[in-house]
Structures are given as C-alpha cells and as structure tokens.
Design a binder for this molecule. Structure first.
Ligand code: NAP
Length: 486
C-alpha cells in the first residue's frame, strides 16, 4: 500500500484507516491508500515549516536546477505515471502521457522564470539612496487539488510555490490520490520537508490545512462551494488565497465562422474528459442563420464519438469519475427534458458498456436561457445549444452567469473579436481555438470562478510577498525631519 510522504519519509496514517480507489471505467478497486487525519497534517505542516528558512535561503539557481530535475524525472516515468492516472481518473492513456509532459514543462518553466525574476530597482527621490522592490516567499503553502487533473493542477501550484522558495503540503482529491502519492519519487532529491503529501477527506484534512495557523497561503482548485468555505476560513487569519473555482463557459458561434471547425472544436471542449473540465463549453450560443446547420453537424459528430475505457487507445469519451457524478448528470438532463429541452444526440448510458460510470455525450436543443441546467456548472458531457440573433444579444447571454472562467468565440470578423475580448467577462478568452493553455499565459477566473492566476509570471507572484526597501546609504540627518510637523 502507498504511504503518506512527510518530512522526506514514508509515513503511516495516524487514523489507521484506508480509502479505496476505484477505476471509473470498470468499477473495480484499484488500490487502497492511507486515510490521513489532522494529526498527519500537523506533522506535515511542522516539517514544511522547519524546512522553509533553509529552502528560502537556497540560491534561486540551485532551486531551479532541482525543479529541472523534477521535470526530468516526470518525463522518465511518463508511461508508468500515465497508466496510474488512467486507472484513477478514467482518462485515456494518450491524454495522460500529455499531462505528464505538461507537468514537466511547468517545472521547467518556473525554473527558468525564477532564475530571472527577483524584483526591481525603482528610482529614488534623493541621491545616495536605493529603493528596491523585492519578492520573497510566503512560507508553507497548502495545495488542494481536485480530481479532474490530479497531476497538472498540482504542478501549476507546486512548481511556482517551490520556485519562489516556499515549502508545500499537498492534499489530493480522495478519488484520485494514487499518482500524487507516487510523486515522492520526483521530489526526493529536494530537502526533507520541502514537499509533503497527505491524503484524506477534504472536510477533515483539507479543512485542517486551511485552518492551520502555520500555513499562510492556500492554493485551491475545486468547486465554487468549497472555495467559498475556504474564503470564509481564510478570512480568520487574512491568509493569502488563490482560488480556482467552477465555471459555466459560453461558446459563441457566429454565422461567418468555419462551421465544420466550430462543430469539432465545440465537441472537443464539451466532451473532453467527459465534460469534467472547468473550462468545458456548457452554453453554446449559435447565430440564428446557421443554428440549424450547426446543430445538425454537431449532433452528427457527437453521435459518432467512441465511448469507452481510457485504457483503449481508440476511446474518445471516457467515464465520469463516480457513480454519484454520473447519476447527477443524468438527473439534470431529465429535468432539462421536463423543462422542454430536446435530446438530439446521446441522452442515456451507453448500452454496450455494462460496467463503468459512462454517460453518452449529449446535445440538447430547444433550450431556453432561463432553464435550471444553464444556471449551475454541469461538469458532465452535456452540451446545450441555443440560438442568438445579434452579437449584442450573444454577449449579453454569455455574460449573464455568476461564473467567469473561460469563453470562446468562433468568427473571422476582427471587429467582433475586438469587442469580444474587451467585453466578455472571463479570465481565459479563446478565439477559434479553445482550451489552449500556455505555461506563460496566466489562467484563472472572474466573478464566482475565483481569485488569482495560475501559470505565467502572475502564477509565480501568487506565491510571493512584495517588500519595498528604502535604503539611505549614508544614514545622515535629513533636513525634513526637524522641526516636526512644520
Ligand atoms: P471539490 O469537491 O471542491 O474538491 C476539490 C478539493 O477540495 C479536493 O481535494 C477535496 O477533497 C477538497 N475539499 C473538499 N472539502 C474541503 C474543505 N472543507 N476544506 C478543504 N478542502 C476541501 O471539487 P472536485 O469535485 O474535486 O472538482 C471539480 C470542481 O473543480 C469543479 O467545480 C471544477 O470546475 C473545479 N475546477 C476548477 C478549475 C479552475 O482552474 N478554475 C480547474 C479544475 C477544476 P476530497 O476529494 O477529499 O473531498
């Protein structure tokens, strides 16, 4: 059985209990992991706190070399790690190989950035003075990761946090802890206690991490509901919070777009990872003149997607993470139908798969903007399509959401593009090519989709505190000190 990783050593959990991890494609147990508790978390935070001063003082170039080594080790273990990810998440091996490489690239990127970024010198009002803006690490960072991208979203937090000189305590999702516990292998050349990994329920271990007085910074990705809870808890100690939360992304397809490309792109964003992507297209607004044609192409394409286990290289649509999640998606489609939506593709469990938490990729027409389906994140393979008449109307509909994570526009009209990126209320804006992430491109949301940014320079600054240093080199008496208040 895998073990917790605390202070550079394997550790048994204080609770003695275990958590079973189940393969979403087969419903078979894959492995059990220790169910950590608050006492384990305390030990992990203590180790991270002890290591922080030395890691902070380690030259940035040395930290960078160690991060490059993390990337090298990830790539060397690509095949094995991808298989573990497939077993716990249900994703395809092909995608998971790519995510191992993405994580490695993230460590490389922040190794490069920290060699180059320490702050700046700003002009002084007088000669003989030096004014510095310096960036310091914060301390112990709690990294709380969701089930849908266990490795990539961990790397987006851990790589910049370590690069900046912080130490970390990682809490993976209960459904997907396996690969995270294996990561001791890519971190064991770092000082003991720089990286600690504790599994266990979010309501116990996650909560204890957020409340811990020795953890001044929390980087969380997950649902808006849990994010709100963390925001409230963080207020008690004015913690630095980085919250990447839920979304209900809109896609706008204009009549002048390449309709074939748009239909394929929307299918990719709606059904990738069975729709369990924070930036999946959940509201698809299509210009009236091409609405019928788009719907036909999109439904036809959707009906031909290959549904199956991630271990099978031909699979395009994989299962949902659990039974409850699949049942919830199914229930929401039932309610939408009752409210008048029409299923034009999918809409059931695939009959050829008797095991696994699969749901057919589903296209819904006759959807009204006010329907309950559009008000909250779906987080499943369901794509509601709605017509719009004017671009003004499309923008208003897209922005009429409590969320503001991602948004995509399909058009070749530069005037519409210009208006769109200025007026759309979303942190990640794509035009004609959705879901493309870039290690140098900051990722994050507006409104109830979160606070802060991952990736890019902004993603490093989330884990730094800024100090302004004013240094009078001679230390002589200044004429403006006395007389006081004159
Ligand atoms: P979740 O239920 O909110 O869980 C996320 C993480 O928080 C898990 O590790 C969970 O542990 C932990 N947690 C639960 N309760 C907690 C508490 N009281 N205190 C501290 N931690 C707690 O989310 P999920 O179902 O795993 O992931 C899906 C959600 O993540 C969706 O809403 C999706 O949009 C969002 N997401 C956002 C982004 C983004 O970048 N904005 C990216 C990916 C996913 P347990 O697993 O043990 O409960």
């Amino acid at each position: 059985m895998r073990k917790l990783w605390i202070d550079g050593r394997f550790a048994d959990s204080s609770t003695g209990a275990t958590i079973q991890v189940v393969d979403p494609a087969t419903e078979e147990p894959v492995d059990v992991v220790p169910k950590g508790g608050p006492a384990d978390l305390d030990r992990a935070v203590a180790a991270a706190k002890r290591t922080f001063p030395a890691w902070k003082r380690t030259p940035a170039w040395t930290r960078a070399e160690m991060l490059v080594e993390v990337g090298r080790r990830l790539r060397a273990a690509r095949e094995e790690f991808a298989l573990t990810l497939t077993r716990e998440t249900g994703r395809t091996l092909r995608k998971n190989r790519g995510y191992v490489d993405w994580a490695a690239m993230c460590f490389d990127y922040y190794a490069g950035l920290i060699r180059d970024r320490r702050g700046r010198v700003i002009p002084s009002a007088q000669t003989g003075q030096l004014n510095l803006v310096i960036k310091e690490p914060i301390g112990v960072v709690g990294c709380i990761v969701p089930f849908n991208y266990p490795l990539m979203l961990l790397a987006w937090k851990v790589a910049p946090a370590l690069a900046a000189g912080n130490t970390v305590v990682i809490k993976p999702a209960t459904q997907t802890p396996l690969l995270t516990l294996d990561l001791h292998r890519v971190f064991d050349h770092l000082p003991k206690g720089a990286v600690n990994i504790v599994t266990g329920p979010g309501s116990e271990v996650g909560d204890a991490l957020v409340r811990h007085p020795d953890v001044p910074c929390i980087a969380f990705t997950g649902s808006t509901a849990v994010g709100q809870h963390i925001y409230r808890l963080g207020a008690e100690r004015i913690k630095k919070l980085h919250l990447e939360l839920g979304g209900s992304d809109a896609a706008i397809v204009c009549a002048d777009a390449d309709l074939d490309a748009a239909a394929r792109a929307v299918a990719w964003t709606a059904f990738l990872n069975a729709g369990q992507v924070c930036t999946s297209a959940e509201r698809i607004y299509v210009e009236q003149a091409v609405h019928a044609e788009f719907l036909e192409r999109f439904a036809d394409l959707t009906g031909r997607l290959v549904i199956g286990p991630g271990i099978d290289e031909t699979t395009e649509v994989t299962p949902l993470i659990g039974r409850a999640e699949r049942d919830q998606v199914e229930a929401r489609v039932t309610v939408a139908r009752r409210e008048g939506a029409k299923v034009v593709a999918g809409g059931r469990r695939p009959s050829h798969l008797t095991k696994g938490w699969f749901y057919e990729p589903t296209v819904l027409a006759d959807v009204r903007h006010g329907m309950s389906l559009l008000k909250e994140e779906i987080f499943g393979p369901v794509a509601p399509v709605l017509p719009f008449r004017t671009f003004d109307e499309a923008l208003a509909l897209a922005n009429d959401s409590p969320y503001g994570l991602g948004a995509t526009l399909y058009t070749r009209d530069a005037r519409r593009v210009r208006r769109y990126f200025e007026e759309i209320e979303a942190g990640n804006v794509w035009v004609n090519d959705p879901l493309v992430d870039n290690p140098a491109g900051p990722f994050g949301g507006m409104k109830m989709s979160g606070l802060g940014r991952e990736l890019g320079e902004e993603g490093l600054e989330e884990f730094q505190v800024t100090k302004h240093v004013h240094w009078d080199i001679e230390g002589s008496v200044k004429p403006w000190w006395f007389p006081l208040e004159k």
